[in-house]
Design a protein around this ligand. Structure first.
Ligand SMILES: NC(=O)c1ccc[n+]([C@@H]2O[C@H](COP(=O)([O-])OP(=O)(O)OC[C@H]3O[C@@H](n4cnc5c(N)ncnc54)[C@H](OP(=O)(O)O)[C@@H]3O)[C@@H](O)[C@H]2O)c1
Length: 322
């Protein structure tokens, strides 16, 4: 089959790789589209190797049609329209998926656009709800509301009944975050802690969903309310920083870090099942929607990475196989 491979000078090109076969508990999907994630750029550059056993083809999520079903799989049949969370293998014509990581393609959505959902929604759900324990009436700050994860985290936070503050670069991107349901969108080139203090009457936020890491740690802990939870999912501004433990103790606040890709299959299956139970109804009734910036042909994966790197993408890029 055709799939995207990485050249020795770290460029993406279309090549031939062996066809995948489903193992026990797995299905093979004919890929309609693959979502492009920031982590894919790191993998291309050699900084984010696939976990043991995962395909070395880049790509953390797809949509498509079930082509074959392995032994021990129940509940899925050849021809089912699906989307799926992957540890790798998405930038290809076909991919193998553990059955626990499959979701039915939402009926309201074009099959291609369904590829924008699994990674972002599983990340947003597991970090806002499981880790962040966000509940109705609380306030959440979503960093990077203009991003693939952030654009659905805004909608999810709102659908959960929280007040949603978010950050993005510039007033135009911030305004688009408000169109998605953010109550307050802040241009991160300004004074974010001051804007958050003003928006919360000095109280701070209950949960921060952070994509910045080290460079944002001091501000993020400052912006937490008493009992607040900082959930770090990205290190776009570094991985090592000092933490003022006394200020954390005084607020009875906590700092968490998670990754989705490296989790054991059972944990991913549990997250996918929770997303199917709780978030899929929100997609069906329109409270949450996919935010797709652009579709590109699979062969243009390199251009998609350059586009994502340019900072001009709002939401998700999709690579389409057809
Ligand atoms: N831990 C996990 O399991 C997990 C899972 C998925 C993703 N992630 C991580 O989460 C992050 C977002 O992923 P993604 O796929 O959504 O990437 P993306 O689409 O490229 O989004 C990146 C976001 O970061 C924002 N950003 C950049 N600098 C910022 C700053 N100084 N202050 C506030 N926001 C800033 C960008 O805002 P502008 O575009 O407006 O500048 C953009 O919204 C990445 O670091 C990714 O690796 C982690």
């Amino acid at each position: 089959m055709r799939a995207i491979t990485v050249t020795p000078d770290q460029r993406l090109e279309l090549g031939e790789v062996p066809d995948p076969a489903p193992g026990h508990g797995e299905v093979v999907v004919d890929v309609a589209a693959a979502g492009v994630n920031r982590a894919d750029l790191l993998q291309r550059a050699g900084h984010y190797p696939p976990p043991p056993g995962a395909s070395d083809v880049i790509g953390l999520e797809i949509s498509g049609t079930v082509r074959s079903v392995g032994e021990g799989v129940t509940g899925w049949q050849v021809g089912d329209r699906v989307c799926a969370l992957l540890a790798g293998g998405g930038y290809a014509e076909r991919t193998v998926v553990p059955a626990g990581q499959l979701l039915p393609a939402p009926s309201r959505l074009d099959l291609v656009d369904a590829a924008a959902l699994p990674e972002a929604l599983c990340t947003a759900w597991s970090n806002l709800v499981d880790v962040g324990r966000l509940s109705a009436g609380e306030t959440v700050l979503v960093h990077g509301g203009s991003g693939g994860v952030g654009s659905v985290a805004i909608q999810l936070g709102r659908a959960l009944g929280a007040r949603v503050l978010t950050t993005a670069r510039g007033t135009e991107r911030a305004a688009r975050c408000e169109e998605l349901g953010a109550d307050v969108a802040i241009d991160y080139r300004g004074d974010v802690p001051a804007a958050v203090a003003e928006a919360t009457d000095g109280r701070g936020v209950d949960v921060v969903l952070d994509v910045l890491g080290a460079g944002g740690l001091a501000d993020n802990t400052t912006m937490l309310a008493t009992g607040g939870r900082l959930v770090v999912i990205g290190t776009q501004r570094g991985r090592r920083a000092e933490l003022d433990l006394l200020s954390l103790m005084a607020k009875r606040a906590s700092v968490h870090g998670t990754t989705l890709r490296s989790r054991p299959l059972e944990e991913k299956a549990r997250i996918v099942a929770a997303v199917r139970e709780h978030v899929w109804p929100m997609l069906e009734d329109g409270r949450v929607r996919a935010v797709v910036h652009q579709r590109l042909p699979l062969a243009d994966a390199q251009r998609a990475h350059e586009l994502l790197d340019s900072g001009e993408v709002f939401g998700k890029l999709l690579l389409v196989t057809g």
